[in-house]
Design a protein around this ligand. Structure first.
Ligand SMILES: CCC(=O)SCCNC(=O)CCNC(=O)[C@H](O)C(C)(C)COP(=O)(O)OP(=O)(O)OC[C@H]1O[C@@H](n2cnc3c(N)ncnc32)[C@H](O)[C@@H]1OP(=O)(O)O
Length: 509
């Protein structure tokens, strides 16, 4: 056989991956082969693969259980690793770890995004001395991820299991996209949980995609198919620069479609009546540009990427339709991570505020709402990207602060004409201050007294008064919001800000 034919034969064998029975069982579950995933994700065929021959001389293995490549997505260079679950369930042997480390280090050198296509049984138990404890052992994968965090975008597409140590790869990524039904992550499998702590639980309950995208918050985006996960990733990357030194690309602005009702007609005057914040977002951003992150987790707060006038913008918005838009421990965590993500990659922030404050009560106090709320304030304060705060309706208590109120150095704080900024709403405030007096009044006089005090309180917190005292920068017509934002983000784009000089803060984690 010629040298060329021999090379071809070897490559063909390696590229087939593991045993046919594992290809078949994957296909039955609707799972693609790792190489198909790579081809769908990357532009055409400009894919460079290093380490193809790793483990190919091993008698027990057809090749290694991970494929590592560099190529282009949307014309931008990107590095990726893809577990091949047909080889020892995608578990990490010594070469697997070495290959992952090498591709991470390439991403670091080139300063380009790093994508993890995960479908893995975690550490290869049979090879543990070679791959687990050492300086270049599996722990180094996480060390590298932490080093890359904020330098280049890191995306995890979870197609299958991500068992035990493997579950930390998603945990250190900026975003985790999970395929419903197949993706899972857990530190201990249901079998292990039953044995060790006597808990009987299904895989879905323990670490399924729905659970992680709605309850634990480790998953960010739930999709039905692998193709959807890949398309989401391709679109997601368009909002980001290749690394922290660059700015996201500005593209052509696309006007939102015509709506029957303008913003001014969708926001009820009654501060307690719910409206759908998505309706306001749709009327403000470029048509079809909203990319929501953590849609199912803590939905009382909306976080998502969008474009305004062609520019990438990160939106943090209270949702009055869910739990009245009150902030909880999970919503605060959700905001903190999203704010850090946008700030790391020069994506300006837009806060759309309609918030009654943080939740109160023993349940949330025991969950540490003070600590979680502090994380949100910490992240929001530290950002150096442009940040615009819009008080859509109410901004009460620490809710005002968390949503980048005036004290937190937004580039501007704007308000709609019906907005209210206050320590608390009129009902709660009158109750707090006047409760003793009200209790002493005859029953028939109470309602009128409360009404009078509430009216006086409302006058005191009138938004025009706050504007006249320069607490807010401007009161704007809600129907002019989009134009106002386009102008302001354009002006603020060259902002030069350092938060403060220090090694790093002491985070309230
Ligand atoms: C840093 C600390 C860690 O990460 S400790 C890692 C601990 N990992 C685990 O406990 C996961 C164990 N594996 C599993 O639960 C299953 O294999 C999962 C991931 C659910 C996949 O199931 P399934 O698709 O049915 O595959 P399977 O079990 O038939 O295995 C296929 C072949 O792969 C092997 N395999 C599997 N996991 C490992 C592993 N962690 N280390 C070494 N080998 C592993 C199986 O033995 C099997 O091999 P073979 O093809 O029969 O030769």
């Amino acid at each position: 056989m010629s040298i060329e034919k021999e090379l071809e034969r070897r490559i063909e064998k390696i590229k087939k991956g593991g045993k046919q029975k594992y290809h078949d069982s994957n296909a039955e579950k609707g799972k693609l082969f790792a190489r198909e995933r790579i081809h769908l994700l990357f532009d055409s065929h400009e894919i460079l693969e290093d380490g193809l021959f790793a483990n190919a001389m091993d008698e027990d293995l057809p090749a290694d259980g991970v494929i590592t490549v560099t190529g282009k997505i949307n014309g931008q260079t990107v590095c990726a690793m893809a577990n091949d679950s047909t080889v020892k369930a995608g578990s990490w042997g010594q070469r697997t770890v070495e290959k992952i480390l090498r591709i991470q280090e390439t991403a670091e050198r080139l300063e380009v995004p790093m994508i993890y296509l995960v479908d893995s049984a975690g550490a290869r138990i049979t090879d543990q001395i070679d791959m687990f404890p050492g300086r270049r052992g599996a722990g180094r994968i996480f060390y590298n991820q932490i080093k890359l965090s904020g330098r280049v975008p890191q995306v995890c597409l979870l197609f299958g299991p991500s068992a035990a140590g493997g579950a930390y790869i998603p945990a250190f990524c900026d975003i985790v996209i999970m395929v419903d039904g197949n993706a899972s992550m857990y530190l201990g499998s249901p079998r292990m949980a039953e044995k060790v702590i006597g808990e009987k639980v299904s895989l879905e309950e323990m670490g399924g995609a729905k659970m992680h995208c709605t309850t634990s918050g480790v998953g960010d985006v739930l999709v039905d198919t692998e193709e959807e996960a890949i398309q989401f990733t391709q679109k997601y990357l368009t909002y980001f620069p290749a690394n922290f030194r660059k700015k996201p690309k500005q593209i052509d602005s696309v006007e939102p479609k015509a709506f029957d009702k303008p913003i001014s007609e969708i926001i009820p005057e009654n501060q307690n009546a719910a409206f759908n914040m998505y309706d306001l977002i749709d009327r403000t951003i470029d048509e079809g540009s909203f990319y929501e992150i953590k849609k199912r987790f803590a939905p009382e707060l909306i976080t998502g990427l969008a474009r305004v006038g062609g520019r990438s913008v990160g939106i943090i918005a209270n949702q009055p339709r869910v739990k009245g838009g009150v902030l909880f421990t999970d919503s605060a965590d959700k905001a903190a991570k999203f704010i850090q993500l946008c700030d790391a990659f020069e994506i300006p922030l837009l806060f759309l505020t309609d918030v009654p404050g943080f939740m109160i009560g023993t349940r949330v106090e025991k969950q540490g709402i003070i600590r979680h709320g502090a994380k949100m304030l910490f992240a929001m304060s530290e950002v150096t990207v442009p940040k615009i705060s819009v008080i859509v309706r109410k901004a009460y208590g620490a809710g005002l602060y968390a949503m980048s109120g005036p004290a937190f150095d937004p580039d501007c704080c704007l308000a709609f004409p019906n907005a209210q900024i206050a320590v608390m709403g009129p009902e709660a405030a009158v109750n707090a201050v006047e409760a003793n007096k009200i209790a002493k009044l005859p029953e028939e006089e109470r309602a009128a007294y409360i009404q009078e005090k509430q009216a006086a309180y409302k006058e005191n917190i009138d938004i025009y008064r706050l504007a006249s005292e320069m607490i807010i920068d401007d009161i704007i017509d809600p129907d002019q919001l989009r134009q106002e934002l386009i102008s302001r983000f354009a002006i603020y784009q060259n902002k030069n800000k350092q938060f403060t000089e220090r090694k790093h803060g002491v985070y309230p984690v």
